[in-house]
Design a protein around this ligand. Structure first.
Ligand code: NA7
Length: 549
């Protein structure tokens, strides 16, 4: 329980979520800072994203050796990844291992969804309510609710009338599903759809893919772990992690060249080919530094990808439909794939263009398009994405000072300082929140950085007889302006629909949801804030603490 001077609270900190963020937050705050913590997760176990996204083909897009915790050397040494890019089951096993190793589960209430988070100005505490009808009071609230954890609601009518099964990639059933011989439909060709389609195509009796916007998918280059490479990585983990944290997107890649336009077409092609063959995000982030900033540079890589897609698809009409056009590469999150384009060479797979002929509705028999064509199906997979970054926070009904709802504060898009806190919402930390590097920084490292920052802040408060931290309105305003300005310098606003910009969700404000200055600049800013004794934050003492002093 909480300490005597704070007896009107139930816990020092409430943590929401038990994914990568929640697990580390419990360990850090409970075991290192000695706080009394309680965590909640709507899931039946740890894992977050990797608990819910169990669809066939679900796999990480960053090399597993990098997409993992760095905070404990022994953990890094003892865990062995079997593949370069591991699948969902193995990542979930890893997170369960971490939870066991640090005895995290005893501090987590599973199958419990947070339904309200309300600040009490007079008492300087948060009250967290759950769908079990319970409420808990805590000094600090740490949201580890994730960035891609609220699936987009289907925006075509009739889904409930469908006579077959409907599956959501972001909330996939736990039991093994058999698709052999069945007529399967997939709506959506983002990362999730592309991974699922490649697998489903292998067994489905017939697979119909409903594509609105083709994507620039490139090869992941997965392979079994090379024992020699693994040994080298383990021997050099510290240097690897340091190099990752110095890189724009949190990966220890070092071969990026300044400009695609500064080299000859032959040299450029050599670079593209090398990165394509090596797989992963190398083409995106380790080829030329200007592809996300300069349309002409972007055109060179976009042309290259289109050419490679056409080579892989036998039917020219299907190839033309699969080749993305009209928006720059990288402005929608680029998917990685294994044999995705080859799936369309099977007789059992059809691609349907639902941009030209949009989905009218789901009927009891299948999917009907605007021109009246009906595609009959036994099951329908919705890979239609997420209400990213702000969605998970807004879903918790957060109300801050003076009864002001976060939804009201963010009516025109997120307003944060450092993507970690918001003015008027004291002691509420949003791990990998909107306007932080989050999804554009290797997630486990982004998470660790945020939790380390907030833990340091709590220690600093404690050492100075304080217990409340809140960004100033001015610091928040400047940060919002800065993040928007950074986005304007990129090609991101040119994307027709991209969850990076929030415009994949009807009615959501079109604002950049991610800090685009890169992890090193962001980390430097955070260091500067700490060196300035939490510059941009107001630090105060609650009435309880002041009275106890
Ligand atoms: P994404 O990348 O947002 O992809 C969603 C897909 O669903 C995309 O192809 C959308 O087409 C499509 N979609 C959404 N609504 C519709 C409707 N109404 N009609 C037709 N098609 C639709 O989500 P993912 O789950 O694949 O990936 C999310 C992230 O998870 C990913 O970026 C990684 O970071 C991990 P659109 O492009 O909007 O035309």
């Amino acid at each position: 329980m909480a300490t005597a001077s704070t007896s009107h609270i139930d816990h020092d900190a409430i943590i929401i979520g038990a994914g990568f963020a929640g697990i580390y937050a419990v360990h850090k705050l409970r075991d290192e800072l000695g706080l009394d913590v309680l965590a909640f997760d709507a899931a039946g176990g740890v894992g977050g994203t990797w608990y819910w996204n169990r669809y066939p083909g679900a796999r990480v897009d960053i090399e597993s050796v990098h997409y993992s915790y760095s905070f404990d050397e022994q953990l890094q040494q003892e865990w062995h990844w079997t593949e370069k890019f591991c699948g969902q089951a193995e990542i979930l096993a890893y997170l369960n291992h971490v939870a066991d190793r640090f005895d995290v589960r005893r501090s987590v209430r599973f199958n419990t969804r947070v339904t309200g988070v309300t600040w009490d100005d007079a008492e300087t505490v948060w009250t967290v309510t759950t769908d079990r009808g319970e409420s808990y009071r805590s000094r600090y609230v740490i949201s580890g609710a994730g960035t891609l954890s609220v699936p987009k609601q289907p925006d075509f009518p009739g889904v409930d009338d469908f006579a077959g099964e409907v599956y959501l990639t972001g909330n996939w059933p736990h039991e093994d599903l058999a698709f052999a011989g069945k007529r399967v439909g997939v709506i959506g060709v983002g990362s999730s759809g592309i991974q699922a389609i490649s697998e489903l195509a292998k067994t489905a009796g017939h697979l119909t893919v409903f594509q609105r916007t083709p994507n620039y998918a490139t090869p992941i280059g997965n392979a079994p772990t090379d024992p020699g490479e693994q040994a080298r990585n383990k021997a050099n983990y510290r240097a690897i992690r340091d190099a990752s944290r110095r890189h724009f997107l949190g990966l220890p890649y070092t071969e990026v060249q300044p400009s695609a336009l500064a080299v000859s077409p032959e040299e450029r092609r050599k670079v593209f080919e090398d990165r394509w063959e090596r797989g992963g995000f190398r083409l995106f982030i380790d080829s030329f530094a200007d592809i996300l900033f300069d349309k002409a540079a972007n055109d060179t890589v976009a042309d290259y990808i289109r050419e490679r897609i056409r080579e892989r698809v036998t039917d020219p009409a299907t190839a033309a439909l699969l080749a993305p056009k009209g928006y720059p590469y990288g402005t929608k999150r680029p998917p990685l794939e294994t044999d995705y384009y080859e799936a369309y060479n099977r007789d059992t797979v059809d691609l349907v263009d639902v941009k030209a002929n949009r989905i009218d509705r789901v009927t009891p028999r299948g999917v009907r398009l605007a021109d009246g064509t009906e595609h009959e199906l036994d099951c329908l997979v919705l890979a239609t994405g997420f209400d990213a970054c702000t969605g998970p926070l807004l879903a918790m009904n957060i109300t801050g000072r003076n009864g002001r709802a976060l939804a009201e504060h963010w009516a025109d898009g997120p307003q944060t300082y450092l993507g970690l806190m918001a003015a008027g919402f004291p002691n509420l930390f949003m791990i990998t929140g909107p306007q932080s590097p989050s999804v554009l920084y290797n997630m486990p490292l982004a998470i660790e950085d945020h939790i380390d920052f907030l833990a340091e802040a709590i220690i600093y408060l404690r050492e100075n007889d304080l217990d409340v931290i809140e960004p100033t309105v001015g610091a928040e305003r400047e940060w919002v302006a800065h993040t928007n300005e950074l986005a304007q310098a990129t090609l991101l606003p040119d994307s027709p629909t991209s969850w990076y910009m929030g415009n994949n969700i009807p009615g959501k404000p079109r604002r950049v949801l991610v800090y685009l200055g890169g992890a090193p600049a962001y980390r430097a800013k955070c260091d500067e804030v700490v060196a300035g004794n939490y510059d941009g934050f107001d630090l105060t003492a609650s009435r309880t603490l002041a009275a106890a002093a």
